[in-house]
Design a protein around this ligand. Structure first.
Ligand code: NAP
Length: 354
């Protein structure tokens, strides 16, 4: 069925820093190189509540705004010239930000075909909706060539391996951190140390962590002194999924003199960056849509579905939210209060009743 003149439910932020409201909006029409996706599952991210309560992307957010940055669903309609994918296929993708027709907290969205993947048969919609934004954020810090990332494997060459090297992941149990651990395992790192709550030890070891430092026992200030007691060799690669200034300072202090640090924010608290000699610091923007990120984004979306299908990467564990789009509001409050631990919250927009 064509999208012309059809309507859908969407969770809308009418003006900066106002609450979400459920509204009826038109279903958009796909342009060249795009598809319309019927959204079966929407992943929640910290960016959602930060954006809603703080107008974080001002002045770029188009109010009234529809946000949401992880989509899994079915291809409903093809735009002109689309041959890569067929109607009815299950797909997952990271939406364009700041563009209401493309985002996740609604029942239908547009998607450019170049940055989406078919959902592997071993993943359900909710699992697929846990991958795109946070996997992208983890991978951009590690794999793409300098200066976008550390350049550890820009082509997803499965034979690349760093068995002699050690890496630290700060915030190992976060969604970004879980993917960083898995990517470092894919890269064959000899040691992968996770700074996380010890209650997640078995789970993080199942993803590839070799050592856990308990974040509830060791503060960021004490981490540089504690690290050599856990792993004595220099740490040349660190990914910080915690963006607090004190986490960045601790990470920098833990890093070997010629080491590389990626932080899950484009807005670094540290003054050093990838252009400085010695330690290199990469502020990550987890999106394939910027000009700098585009080239690696095309590579990423060619490889991500096969690596999920083969089990090299596993999705996050899921907590399903009730009440369709309306359930997102309470889910984001839990995220804001720091009550989400080691799982991904996922909503199901087609279950919206109000
Ligand atoms: N730059 C970008 O493009 C981009 C994109 C996506 C996300 N991000 C940012 O990346 C960060 C992680 O996002 P996410 O979606 O992965 O978050 P998340 O899954 O919601 O994070 C929750 C987890 O963070 C852990 N955590 C909280 N404070 C910690 C600390 N001080 N030390 C160690 N672990 C801590 C918690 O661990 P416990 O279980 O131990 O409580 C919990 O498991 C957020 O700041 C987010 O805004 C940036």
């Amino acid at each position: 069925m064509s999208s012309a003149n059809r309507i859908q439910k969407a969770l809308v932020i009418e003006s900066p820093k106002t609450p979400f409201v459920l509204k009826t909006v038109p279903i958009p029409k796909p342009g060249p190189g795009e598809v319309l996706v019927k959204i079966m599952a929407s992943g929640l991210n910290p960016a959602d509540w930060i954006l809603q309560t703080r107008d974080y992307f001002a002045p770029h957010t188009p109010y009234p705004a529809i946000i949401g940055f992880d989509i899994a669903g079915d291809v409903e309609e093809l735009g002109p010239g689309v041959k890569e994918i067929s109607k009815g296929e299950r797909v997952f993708l990271e939406p364009k930000m700041n563009s209401n027709n493309y985002t996740a907290f609604q029942q239908y969205a547009l998607a450019p075909v170049e940055f989406l993947g078919k959902i592997p048969k071993n993943l359900d919609y909710a699992q697929a909706a846990s991958v795109s934004l946070t996997f992208t954020t983890a991978v951009y810090g590690l794999l793409p060539a300098h200066p976008v990332g550390m350049g550890l494997n820009p082509t997803f060459d499965d034979t690349v391996s760093y068995p002699e090297e050690a890496a630290l992941v700060i915030g190992g149990s976060s969604s970004v951190g879980q993917y960083a651990i898995q990517i470092l395992k894919y890269l064959g790192f000899g040691a992968i140390i996770a700074y996380a709550s010890v209650k997640h030890t078995e789970f993080l070891k199942s993803l590839g962590a070799t050592h856990i430092i308990d974040r509830n026992q060791i503060s960021f200030a004490d981490l540089p002194a504690a690290l050599p007691r856990v792993y004595a060799q220099p740490i040349k690669v660190i990914y910080s999924a915690v963006v607090l200034p004190e986490a960045q300072d601790a990470a920098y202090a833990c890093l070997a003199n010629d080491g590389k640090l990626a932080v899950a924010t484009p807005q670094l608290a540290l003054k050093e960056d990838a252009e400085t000699p010695g330690k290199k610091v990469y502020g990550v923007f987890g999106s394939p849509y910027t000009p700098a990120n585009r080239e690696f984004g095309l590579v990423l979306w060619r490889h991500l579905p096969r690596l999920l299908e083969s089990g090299v990467f596993v999705p996050n564990r899921i907590e399903e939210l009730p009440n369709g789009l309306s359930g997102i509001v309470d889910g984001l409050k839990k995220l804001e209060k720091g009550e989400v631990s080691g799982v991904k919250l996922v909503a199901f927009p087609q279950n919206t009743t109000a």
